[in-house]
Ligand binder design. Structure first.
Ligand code: MG
Length: 180
């Protein structure tokens, strides 16, 4: 692309020391499927529907990472129309985003998330979710924030929503530049 405003982090001449990313996702609850949140199976009578495993938190993290490096979003990289991603483990999406972040010469500094859902209560599982997400991102546990809220007044009783921000820091020249 010739428009300088659309340079990618791999080609842009000026690379910021930090980059922020934001991701949002929502999924509907359906009975009889496992509830996956942040790579953890949370005991509940309903799970989140979707083409993959419906892990609303990992999807929002993935989009935040991709957004931070101005990469195509999760829907563009893993189209729901592609049967290949039916029932897929969302960790696969997250790993692709992390690879792209690494190729761009950045690493995750920290992230913060808000989960909005009526049930189940996240409190008893928050430590396990934070630990799993920290491990997946390769950051210490104190670099993963997680708040859970009920959707008061939002009429979202059968939905789970995740908002995520990530901060990346520059660690190396981008891969293309390193290869030269
Ligand atoms: Mg999703």
């Amino acid at each position: 692309m010739t428009n300088k405003n659309f340079d990618s982090p791999l080609t842009a001449p000026k690379r910021p020391a930090t980059r922020i990313g934001y991701g949002f996702d929502s999924h509907e609850f359906h009975p009889g499927i496992p509830l996956k949140i942040g790579g953890i199976t949370v005991p509940h009578e309903k799970g989140l529907g979707g083409h993959s495993d419906g892990d609303v938190l990992l999807h929002a993290i993935t989009d935040a990472l991709l957004g931070a490096i101005a990469a195509p979003d999760i829907g563009a990289l893993f189209p729901p129309s592609d049967p290949k991603w039916k029932g897929a483990d969302s960790v696969v999406f997250l790993r692709e985003a992390l690879q792209r972040v690494s190729d761009a010469g950045y690493a995750v500094a920290n992230m913060d998330a808000s989960l909005i859902l009526a049930k189940p209560k996240i409190g008893p599982h928050a430590a396990a979710i934070r630990s799993q997400v920290a491990q997946l991102l390769g950051v210490p546990g104190d670099c993963v924030g997680l708040k859970a809220k009920t959707p008061e007044g939002l009429n979202l009783e059968n939905t789970a929503v995740a908002h995520v921000v990530v901060l990346l820091e520059k660690i190396a020249p981008p891969k293309r530049a390193r290869k030269k």
